[in-house]
Ligand binder design. Sequence first.
Ligand code: NAP
Length: 347
Amino acid sequence: MKVSIIGASGYTGGELLRLLVQHPEVEIKYIFSRKNEGKYVHEIHPFLKNILNIKFASFNNIESAFNSDIIFSCVPHGVSMNIIPSLIESGVKIIDLSADFRLKSVEEYKAWYNIDHKNPELLNEFIYGIPEINKEKISSASLVSNPGCIAIASILALYPFAKRRKISDLIFIDAKVGSSGSGRSIKLSSIFSERFGSIRAYKAAMHRHTPEIEEQLRMYSGVNLNVSLSAHSVNNVRGILVTSYVNYYDDVSNIWSYFREDYGSEKFVRIIRNPRGIYKLPDPKFLIGSNFVDIGFELDNRNKKTIIISALDNLVKGAAGNAIQCMNLMFGLKETEGLLFPPIYPV
Ligand SMILES: NC(=O)c1ccc[n+]([C@@H]2O[C@H](COP(=O)([O-])OP(=O)(O)OC[C@H]3O[C@@H](n4cnc5c(N)ncnc54)[C@H](OP(=O)(O)O)[C@@H]3O)[C@@H](O)[C@H]2O)c1
């Protein structure tokens, strides 16, 4: 399969390249950048030296990728919506990693992103890409919107409860996010001396992944539930830990059975709940570099609540790995093709 990437100089574009170079069915055709046209890929992604020997093509020449089988768009929200209509016309399959086609409601998009959506008619054409939840729709899709990294960790943790209508009101979600989650562009808040050693509540309320979590959980529960999400940056480069607090209380064995039923045959979901050792509940440290999402839970017996913990690598299951899992389904390949590599440990 011929694969091209728009926004290939960034972190998610680089991660797609890292994973796609060892995918047995993939030939990397074109990689686009505004600022790095003509440079070798290893000049921008040094880890690819002696692995991939192609040059960045001009962002102004993306028509050259129309003869690809699939294009991944890895540019910021607000940019993707300008590029994608011409790609769709060419008939190529598309996976968009930005937020531009994740929400179904154009009003919600405007409310959370403060941008008028230029192609509202396309919102319903995109399938929200979580293979563990909507495999069939992804398999027959040409257009897939890859979820936000905090969103996919939250939705996978809460879906078994939503589907069974065990959650119905306000859900509190607390997310800790490594620095690569905010991309590779330079901002004062992300330079080493400001970021290192900090644990910063960068979005204590109104994080932009809130509406996609609500939209998906409402759809699967049929209930008008709400989410209050707080996001914190922590002193890691990769990794997200999400803690979700729900008003639901049950036997441990029942909750186990929900996870087993929904994810028992899902290769990339690991249920982690060990009574002993240091790895009692999910911790991104034990999955960095892999496509796993680890999910565990604890009961608050005194307050009659359930606390669900989920962890993933924001660049793999939170972005590039999940997108490749969707690509495999869209092309009738084995869902796990090219993705069964173990985490890096220790990191
Ligand atoms: N980082 C994560 O963990 C993560 C996870 C899930 C989803 N996402 C989403 O994935 C997308 C890419 O994220 P990222 O972390 O890879 O960002 P990034 O590291 O900042 O890279 C962004 C890429 O887009 C290009 N770009 C930036 N502004 C552009 C513009 N105005 N026009 C055309 N190209 C532009 C940049 O390339 P040039 O400057 O070289 O043109 C670069 O290749 C974003 O929408 C983000 O929200 C990120």
